[in-house]
Design a protein around this ligand. Structure first.
Ligand code: PLP
Length: 385
């Protein structure tokens, strides 16, 4: 099997598994316990926090461990909006882009539904980019938080985050970015990006599912969403997932160390792959930004055929990928991301997303391009008969 669905999830890397093992077995203590086992767990948790902070270029106290990217996005969007409005009652609006992951979009909708916020949705251009001008027009003195993703999970488009964050800062609007897909592929230094808040998820970078982290600048207030024993400086109650945090820190640190070699290698392989697919299937349409895209992301529409049918044919040929985001898999609705790019609903149903793991080889991609062409021909043949 050739796995081309790295944006959905990645396998746990051996180093992460080995690093977490002691905290699942011998050193299994609760980080809040005052005996020796608790102390060891606490020490490991704080070392993991410091490791994550080093990658993000922030202070350890600005990192909160969560159950994943979804929770980190919820905490940022809802937590910052609620705290900001509590401090300044005029701040009753939230701004998000039209192509955000549901973790952000639904957080904004929940703020509207349950807390009376208004949501401003920033449109994107046909490449999936939020332009600085449209963003500037979508924030103002009533905005409690703005959230624009670093890189899109369906079409791979990378946003000009530093530029957008600068605009938000000038307007005194707290700026969050969902960097779940960017981690391991793009620079994550929060000071260079100029963001107030940034979320990451373990299982996209070689740590297990169910752990993530949120950076929030010390100067920004956040209303906690989970109440309880006051762990994570009161921001996220619940007994800490020490093993998960250790695995996340290990995988993130290694992904960051390797980024200088993996990112250009993947980008070159991806470009060749896209070229091969477009040559073999001239009808295929590359979606997302041809230049500003994640190194390992190739996404297409195959007009007039169902993306799901192409996927089934591809799987029969030993290639696994997805039609859009894993979260939307199984849904028959066209992707909100592709609609936001201006594609019609019919074309949006023909999407196939191939996202490359760092271990992929040129040979595997050559095979995959041929398989994709074969799968497409099979579906077109079926459609004609
Ligand atoms: N944000 C983006 C851009 C994602 O791609 C994902 C996962 O697919 C998430 C958030 C959610 O992360 P998690 O699966 O850790 O909850």
């Amino acid at each position: 099997m050739i796995y081309l669905d790295a944006a959905a999830t990645t396998p746990v890397r051996r180093e992460a598994l080995e690093a977490m093992w002691p905290y699942l077995t011998g050193d299994f203590g609760n980080a809040s316990s005052h005996h020796e086992l608790g102390e060891r767990a606490r020490t490991a948790l704080e070392a993991a926090r410091a490791d994550v902070a080093r990658v993000l270029g922030c202070r350890a106290g600005e990192v909160t461990f969560t159950s994943g990217g979804t929770e980190a996005d919820n905490l940022a969007v809802k937590g910052i909006a609620l705290a900001r409005r509590a401090a300044d009652p005029r701040r009753t609006r939230v701004t998000v882009s039209a192509v955000e992951h549901p973790a952000v979009l639904e957080s904004a909708r929940s703020l509207a539904r349950l807390h009376g916020f208004a949501v401003d949705v920033v449109p994107v251009d046909s490449a999936g980019r939020v332009t600085p001008e449209t963003f500037a027009g979508a924030i103002g003195p009533e905005t409690a938080v703005a959230s624009i993703m670093y890189a899109n999970n369906e079409v791979g488009t990378v946003q000009p985050i530093a530029e957008l964050a600068e605009i938000a800062r000038a307007a005194r609007v707290p700026f969050h970015t969902d960097a779940v897909q960017a981690a391991g592929a793009l620079p994550l230094d929060v000071r260079e990006l100029g963001v107030d808040s940034l979320s990451i998820s373990g299982h996209k970078v070689g740590a297990p599912k169910g752990v993530g982290a949120l950076y929030v600048a010390g100067r920004v207030s956040v209303e906690p969403l989970v109440d309880g024993g006051g762990q994570e400086r009161g921001l996220r109650s619940g007994t800490e997932n020490v093993a998960g945090a250790v695995a996340l820190a290990t995988a993130l640190r290694l992904a960051e160390q390797e980024r200088a070699t993996t990112a250009p290698r993947l980008a070159a392989l991806r470009s060749d792959f896209v070229g091969r697919v477009l040559e073999l299937v001239p009808d295929a349409l590359l979606t997302g930004d041809a230049e500003n895209r994640l190194p390992g992301s190739a996404s297409f529409c195959f007009p007039r055929v169902s993306g799901e049918s192409v996927l089934l044919e591809l799987e029969r040929r030993g290639i696994v990928c997805s039609s859009g985001s894993a979260c939307a898999a199984g849904s028959s609705d066209p992707s909100h991301v592709l609609l936001a790019l201006g594609l019609d609903a019919e074309t949006a149903q023909t999407a196939v997303r191939l996202t490359l793991p760092t271990t992929i080889t040129d040979g595997e991609l050559a095979e995959s391009a041929l398989a994709l062409a074969g799968a497409y021909a099979a579906v077109v043949g079926i459609a004609r008969t």
